[in-house]
Design a protein around this ligand. Structure first.
Ligand SMILES: NC(=O)c1ccc[n+]([C@@H]2O[C@H](COP(=O)([O-])OP(=O)(O)OC[C@H]3O[C@@H](n4cnc5c(N)ncnc54)[C@H](OP(=O)(O)O)[C@@H]3O)[C@@H](O)[C@H]2O)c1
Length: 290
């Protein structure tokens, strides 16, 4: 049987890397994986994980999702001339008080997370439609389902991805193309290191009022403890990707924790939003701030 051709973005670390390794190591060699990354100088980590054993199931390609040309060049290097499963995973975070974020930083996040994902899908869509089948999997975030203070632009980018994917899913079912979002909570990856974060000592914070600063400090503590105590490992996330990939009729949305997180549920059960806002605020900033 022909191998399923999988192309994954953002494979230099984290979820993309783990997924590429797992699929390329499939015992039945069911997949041919094109692991893409914007900077090929970072490919050693991936190569170390596969230990040179996967020459027939893994290829590494350069792809920067913010560059249309780079996406098209990678697409043209897929020797099978088709991609059965496209995984849009590349993403970056932006954390800090909104008033200190430069237009450039905010643009960069939207360029990668939103437009990068959309223009990657755009590049592969005509071929999938022509084939009459395909899978598009996108690494989503619970930050795309409910808002998080000090992550306004990141959440905006991930909320926007929800809208783009849901809209596409409605259309693409008519082409036998399934779109799935893999909704992650905190995951142990390089995400926190790679994100653009306003550090507490940053000069830019001198212009910020003291109340915001003290709330930001609390948020950073909360974030640190959530990642320390509740983050999933990339292997857990990869299992969910595999469920979606192997399902004959994949769902649109998968929660990596298995069920919809309670805070996300609150948005559905209490649609006016006030319960969510006070619950999240209480969790992060503690009761005395209410
Ligand atoms: N970790 C979490 O807690 C978490 C939670 C929810 C959702 N997610 C989502 O999961 C996805 C993967 O993140 P991760 O946690 O695995 O973090 P990560 O280890 O930082 O991986 C992010 C990947 O995206 C790549 N990337 C960034 N900009 C790119 C660009 N312009 N073109 C191509 N690749 C680019 C990075 O490449 P470089 O090495 O070159 O920067 C890296 O390979 C992201 O979409 C993120 O939003 C993560």
């Amino acid at each position: 049987m022909d191998k399923k051709v999988v192309l994954i973005t953002g494979c230099s670390s984290g979820i993309g890397l783990s997924l590429a390794v797992r699929l390329a190591s499939d015992p039945n060699k069911k997949f041919k994986v094109y692991a893409t990354m914007r900077n090929l100088a970072k490919k050693e980590r991936l190569l170390e994980c596969v230990k040179g054993l996967h020459k027939d199931t893994l290829d590494i390609l350069q792809m920067d999702v913010t560059s249309r040309q780079s996406i098209l060049d990678a697409r043209d290097r897929v020797v099978e001339n088709r991609v059965d499963i496209l995984v849009c995973n590349a993403g970056v975070g932006l954390m800090g008080p909104l008033e200190v974020q430069s237009l450039d930083s905010m643009r960069q996040i939207l360029e990668v997370n939103l437009l990068g994902t959309i223009q990657t899908i755009q590049a592969f869509l005509p071929d999938m439609k022509a084939q009459g089948k395909g899978r598009v999997l996108v690494t989503g975030s619970t930050g795309g389902l409910h808002g998080l203070p000090f992550n306004e632009v990141y959440c905006a980018s991930k909320f926007a991805i929800e809208g783009a994917c849901e809209s596409l899913a409605v259309l693409l079912q008519h082409f036998n193309i399934h779109v799935s979002l893999i909704e992650c909570g905190p995951v142990n990856t390089d995400f926190l290191v790679n994100l653009q974060k306003t550090e507490l000592g940053d000069e830019s914070l001198q212009l910020v009022d003291t109340h915001t600063l003290s709330l930001y400090e609390k948020y950073l503590q909360h974030c640190g403890s959530v990642f320390q105590n509740a983050a999933q490992d990339t292997e857990d996330i990869v299992k969910v990707f595999l469920d979606a990939i192997q399902s004959p009729s994949p769902a649109f949305r998968y929660f990596t924790s298995g069920v919809m997180p309670p805070l996300t549920k609150l948005k559905i059960t209490e649609p006016d939003g006030s319960r969510y806002i006070s619950a999240m605020s209480k969790i992060i900033f503690s009761a005395e701030e209410q």
